[in-house]
Design a protein around this ligand. Sequence first.
Ligand SMILES: CC(C)(COP(=O)(O)OP(=O)(O)OC[C@H]1O[C@@H](n2cnc3c(N)ncnc32)[C@H](O)[C@@H]1OP(=O)(O)O)[C@@H](O)C(=O)NCCC(=O)NCCS
Length: 196
Amino acid sequence: MRATVGTDETLVVSFAPAWPLETERLVLRPFEQSDTDALCAIHSDEPNARYLYNEARTREQVEQLLERKIAGSSLRAEGEWLSAAAVLPATGELVCDVSLHWESEAHKQGEIGFIAHPAHHGHGYATEAARPLLAFAFEELGLHRVVGRLEARNIASARVLEKLGMRREALFVENEWVKGEWQSELVYAMLAREWR
Ligand SMILES: CC(C)(COP(=O)(O)OP(=O)(O)OC[C@H]1O[C@@H](n2cnc3c(N)ncnc32)[C@H](O)[C@@H]1OP(=O)(O)O)[C@@H](O)C(=O)NCCC(=O)NCCS
């Protein structure tokens, strides 16, 4: 946590992990301008976008997304997303874009999200990259419950949430009209006491 004085002399409190965060094989750091190409490879990939609400993004859309991700290196209020770039320390390659949504301050709820570089799927990177953000959510931000939401056919995403130790809480059947079809939604969750 850090406190700074805003432009109107009010105290602004923001919450950020102690960047960079290290895991066994990855380093998590805030996004930076030089991530444009790699972020483009992740977000303009058609199969990657298959079960997301958005279509594969254009380069211009990725550039706008990157601006938001760079601004998301810390959290100041509910509704904001914290964004982390998970890179391989030896090469600096971006392998996963992982994020934490601060959904509610009153209810202490959050949501975890991840999207991996298509050239680096299946190595356990999304799971490894999500763990430090769950640690931050529960141990520093003080959240009570963190969820993961996904389209019910997104087996890889469900598997990541299971490997993180999250419980399958709900299946909403055909609750959303997305990309020209009725889609179903799975919700996984973890409570702070389960994290501990
Ligand atoms: C979901 C995603 C982030 C997983 O990234 P990843 O780094 O490959 O994840 P991991 O390697 O940690 O785990 C993936 C698991 O899914 C499994 N998996 C992947 N595709 C699968 C399939 N079609 N059927 C069954 N299992 C599958 C893998 O075997 C692995 O499980 P395992 O460790 O038990 O073998 C990646 O597939 C992705 O970017 N998808 C597109 C974006 C997306 O849907 N994000 C989630 C939005 S809710």
